[in-house]
Design a protein around this ligand. Sequence first.
Ligand code: HEM
Length: 596
Amino acid sequence: MAMPMPMPMPPPGPGGDAPPAPVMMPGMATPMTTGMSFTWGHRAVVLFPRWPGDRAGVGMYLLCLLLVLALAALAEALSAASRRLELELDLSRSRGRRRRQQQLLAAGVHAARMGLAYLVMLAVMSFNAGVLLAAVAGHAAGFLLARSGLLGSNAAAPEIDAAAATSNGTPFLYWFGPQPRICVSDYDSVKQTLSKKYGYFVKNDAHPAILSMIGKGLVLVEGADWVRHRRVLTPAFAMDKLKVMTKTMASCAECLIQGWEDHASNSKSIEIEVEFSKQFQDLTADVICRTAFGSNSEKGKEVFHAQKQLQAIAIATILNLQLPGFKYLPTKRNRCKWKLENKLRNTLMQIIQSRITSEGNGYGDDLLGVMLNACFSTEQGEKRDELILRVDEIIDECKTFFFAGHETTSHLLTWTMFLLSVYPEWQDRLREEVLRECGKENPNADMLSKLKVMTMVLLETLRLYPPVIYMFRKPITDMQLGRLHLPRGTAIVIPIPMLHRDKEVWGDDADEFNPLRFANGVTRAAKIPHAHLGFSIGPRSCIGQNFAMLEAKLVMAMILQKFSFALSPKYVHAPADLITLQPKFGLPILLKALDA
Ligand code: HEM
């Protein structure tokens, strides 16, 4: 492309001055004026030789202005895209070829953006006032559409970071795209929101990507619906039911451990390297498949795979610009999402149907059975005329339990392995306790209830690395929260990891791993009784916390019975917010069989 040649054609000045004399700049073929002042009128040369020129008329000049406007708007859009790619790159766990592709794409978009910015600058150097105004308008329009969040953009990353957060618990406001959010990091406000005045605070509207993944189940329903759902589901987590589930959990863990033992015995080295983050996700998914869907666990695995892929889409799109109507376009990603949503729904429907038709003495003892029993039979065992939960509600609950049931527990296990690798003295202490209480046999629920040091270690892990990072709420009416006056609907964010490291509440060693702080129980570990928020507090606290603790204790006990372990030199410490708190590059661990 030819270099743009500024060719100002100024009218004579007010005093009737002659136009400034053109001079030749070194290396330039055409003259340039020394007086760099803007002129009005359609006779200009912009970017291309003799275009629009002084003979083409107003029509061509307007086309030229439109082009400049579009270039400037596109430069802004690319700037937003470039920021997003940078962010995705930062969050991405990919390595090798895939990472290089992402880096190349980010560099390409950045180069295109810079190219456009230079073109706009060169166009403005025509010193035509109309061109300048078109460029400014283009930048403004591009910013408004792509970067300001006018269209529901979430392009801006949440600006929650340690620097922004004040350690003294002062609330602060930040913008998540177009939405203002108040981050409250003092325990009084948290208690008001989650417990004392919980009825006035409801959950924030879930992002569509999250909704399609976990459904509108117990985590997201509100009001009378929430009471109805919670009443139906609570019996599934009674201690007697959980005790029965311990056997199923142990047999899932046995399969995994057997795999490591085989690997170790086939290996020439006394240590084997295992990536635990992925292995724990598979294990906890297997556990929830078998405990929630029992006999239909094979179909359950299909549900798990569809949900994992929907989660990957959610992670990739959660910060994306949400253009109105875009979700209805048959783009590759949208088509893939629709297919997965259908697959998820149809598979769950098949599981439910087969359970209903194969009814013998009730619908079974697993989670699905409990839901179906509550829905179809009265307390006297007779059939109900009207269902307590509709079939689409049962489907949504299945999605919720699949996700909530494995994703969080797997990260609790991962971070526990990490901390016990970093603190081998605690690993030894825990192994001693496990061998004392359970010997070498698979632990049962009664043995697990005696593992006090294990409970302390798990609670301390949940404090330092809570899998659920934020809780979101909004008031249903104008509310006073401490010194804050909150208009109805204001989004409130409760940052769990920040609160868990508050030195005023947890003491000067708040940043350190010290399980002993839980020696007298969870309510006496800090200066206030409700300081541990790992499972939340109040009526909407985690319904699956006993299930999760039982599973985590069992799996850790079974690993400690057989192996000692240490961090692999390949481990990179990068806890990342990938909807839950996860090690960005996984957890490679060196395992050594105890009897090797
Ligand atoms: C270490 C494991 C787990 C952690 C850290 C955890 C954490 C949490 C937290 C913080 C909440 C409150 C969320 C909010 O108010 O916004 C919650 C709610 C919930 N959790 Fe868990 N959870 C875990 C395991 C489980 C398991 C195993 C299940 C099911 C099998 C489960 C099912 C649920 C459900 C259904 C809710 C919503 C309760 C309601 O609103 O009534 N969670 N969980």
